[in-house]
Design a protein around this ligand. Structure first.
Ligand SMILES: [Zn+2]
Length: 247
């Protein structure tokens, strides 16, 4: 027996157009149950705003979306509406799919557009309620203004730090390999040490990244003014497991 909240979350995922298998994986509800709910659901969801109504917000989806927004996203005015735009590196097609899925799950009833730009794809969707969900929006670049989370956002991230970190690192992060040369028993050997790096000009956003890393017990260090590094073997392995590789 599933709680009404879980059912609402699962129905929101279904309404986004994801496959039954994907919905089952994200919601933890069996495919057969989801199929029954899909086939008997009275109304499609999608127009409601989780902040202005009691429409459900899938916390792990929201946490990832917020991470991507703080990384490479912006909310801008588009006619009398707002548009959320998230720039994705063309080299990582699975991240583009991930971002698209997050937008479609959050607001299923409007079209999501993929716009080609030099070296990247901008995933965008218009909705008048983006400022409700992303109250950090404002004029100018994010590093030129304070980025302070509201209490309800902090509560979501405290229970879902991993998808938030996925959004941050898959947009403004990179996983690099350091190649080190060492003389061992008279012979030169090469060792490769992977590490994650997060780069952002906003002190507030870097601080949020460090806060979330602390929540999942991943050690980090400030490697220079704008970079946060995760470089211990255990820390890199833990982050790999939590957020997946960029691909
Ligand atoms: Zn709203």
């Amino acid at each position: 027996m599933h709680s009404p909240d879980r059912r609402r979350q699962a129905e929101t995922l279904l309404a986004s157009g994801l496959s039954l298998s994907a919905c089952a994986r994200l919601s933890g509800v069996a495919r057969s149950t989801l199929r029954t709910w899909r086939d008997t659901s009275p109304t499609p969801r999608g127009l409601e705003c989780p902040r202005c109504s009691d429409a459900p917000l899938v916390p792990e989806v929201y946490a990832a979306l917020l991470g991507y927004y703080l990384g490479d996203g912006c909310v801008s005015t588009a006619r009398r509406c707002f548009a959320l735009r998230i720039s994705c590196d063309i080299a990582y097609p699975e991240i583009i799919v991930d971002v698209r899925r997050l937008l479609e799950t959050t607001h299923p009833s409007a079209a999501t557009h993929l716009v080609r730009a030099p070296g990247c794809v901008v995933v965008q969707k218009a909705w008048k309620h983006w400022p409700c969900l992303l109250p950090q929006h404002g004029p100018g670049p994010k590093h030129s203004r304070p980025i302070v989370l509201e209490d309800w956002q902090r509560t979501i991230l405290e229970s879902h730090p991993a998808p938030f970190l996925r959004g941050l690192f898959h947009s403004d992060g990179s996983r690099v390999s350091n190649r080190v040369r060492r003389m061992v028993a008279g012979r030169m050997k090469y060792y490769v040490y992977p590490r994650w790096q997060f780069t952002n000009y906003s002190d507030d956003i870097r601080e949020l990244c460090c806060w979330a890393l602390d929540l999942v017990d991943v050690p980090w260090r400030q490697s220079n003014r704008h970079h946060i590094s995760v470089s211990t073997r255990a820390g890199v392995a833990r982050l790999d497991e939590l957020i997946g590789l960029k691909q």
